[in-house]
Design a protein around this ligand. Structure first.
Ligand SMILES: Cc1cc2nc3c(=O)[nH]c(=O)nc-3n(C[C@H](O)[C@H](O)[C@H](O)COP(=O)(O)O)c2cc1C
Length: 325
């Protein structure tokens, strides 16, 4: 058993957002390598699949306890009895916490009454939290959005989840209807924090250390997703800036040359190969490699080579051939 607790976690809390197809063990490990204090989340995992022991889903939960704590496994579904079984599996494999997805806006998820659909069904949402909390001794949190089409129910919805035992809330500053359009609004999240006692983490459109400092407000922490694509170092900058809150230094420190980044990119590849084997690991690394070279001179040509790589050595040769930047 682990001793992670949301209320005792050092402030401000910085989280790597759960992202399906992205936040696998190798990505989490490279984030932890450059920003050790980050709380990392798994990709969302189906409670139905966990209950029935689906091999692929169980493999997605694999993590390295030496490199990835605190590690939160995010689960989704709609059947309380499946949450009970899934939560036990997650606890047994050594995760530090369980997060319930109540914010995914994907049509296929919502049409199955999972994810964001739970915001329209607060009774079931509360029941899922209560069943999960009862099944395990690790903390249970919820990641949600402002609401279905407005933020007017955010506070009562979250209060219900807290009454049912949720020990932290991560809130994305858009409604279900907004999907990823427009800009994230943190005002309703600040207002939520004024009403509740559990830690509240804000999420949405944090792209830099300056954004993180500007958006933290009265919150316990922030959660970052897309800004980490090809740029795990943004987490180093965010963690440091939130500790320091010194905007002058922020702009000059931590600016890495591409040559400085190469050893980390190679390490990311090695993590991927270690977890998934050379074939699958390198296949999945290709999209990260394309993100890593985004914006550098000759990126298009490099990308064309990197999306065909089959080994870490090949990546090394390509990256080391780039003239000093
Ligand atoms: C590729 C991708 C996959 C995502 N998968 C999940 C997921 O599995 N669970 C979840 O709660 N949110 C998921 N999200 C939403 C993110 O966790 C986060 O809320 C969103 O990206 C907004 O944060 P950002 O503006 O910092 O990227 C995903 C987002 C992206 C871009």
């Amino acid at each position: 058993m682990t001793s992670f607790s949301w209320s005792a976690a050092p402030r401000p809390i910085v989280c790597l957002a759960p992202m399906a197809g992205v936040t696998d063990a190798s990505f989490r490990q490279i984030i932890k390598r450059v920003a050790p204090q980050v709380v990392v989340y798994s990709e969302f995992l189906s409670t139905d699949a966990l209950k029935f022991g689906a091999k692929k889903t169980l493999a997605m939960m694999h993590f390295d306890p030496a490199l990835e704590r605190p590690f939160i496994v995010q689960i989704f579904g709609k059947k309380p009895e499946h949450f009970v079984e899934a939560a036990k599996v997650v606890e047994q494999m050594g995760a530090d916490g369980i997060d319930i997805n109540m914010g995914c806006p994907a049509a296929r998820v919502v049409s199955s009454s999972h994810g964001s659909a739970l915001m329209k069904n607060p009774e079931l949402a509360a029941q899922l939290v209560a069943s999960t909390v009862k099944a395990v001794s690790i903390p249970v949190s919820v990641k949600t959005r402002l609401g279905w089409d407005s933020a007017e129910n955010l506070i009562p919805f979250c209060e219900k989840l807290i009454e049912s035992g949720a020990s932290a809330l991560a809130v994305h500053g858009r409604t279900f209807m907004q999907k990823f359009h427009g800009t994230a609004d943190f005002e309703p999240i600040y207002e939520l924090k004024r009403h509740v006692r559990v830690p509240v983490i804000g999420n949405g459109d944090i792209r830099s250390a300056a954004d993180a400092v500007a958006k933290l407000g009265n919150l316990d922490g922030i959660m970052v997703g897309r800004a980490t694509f090809g740029n795990p170092w943004v987490m180093t900058e965010i963690c440091d800036a939130l500790q320091r809150v010194d905007s002058e230094k922020m702009q000059t420190e931590h600016v890495k040359t591409f040559a400085d980044k190469i050893p980390f990119i190679i390490e990311h590849c090695r993590f991927a190969v270690a977890h998934k084997g050379e074939r699958r690991g390198m296949l999945e690394m290709r999209r990260h490699l394309a993100s890593y070279v985004k914006g550098i001179p000759g990126a298009a040509e490099l990308r064309a080579k990197l999306v065909r790589v089959e080994s870490v050595e090949e990546v090394e040769n390509i990256l080391r051939s780039i003239p000093a930047l």
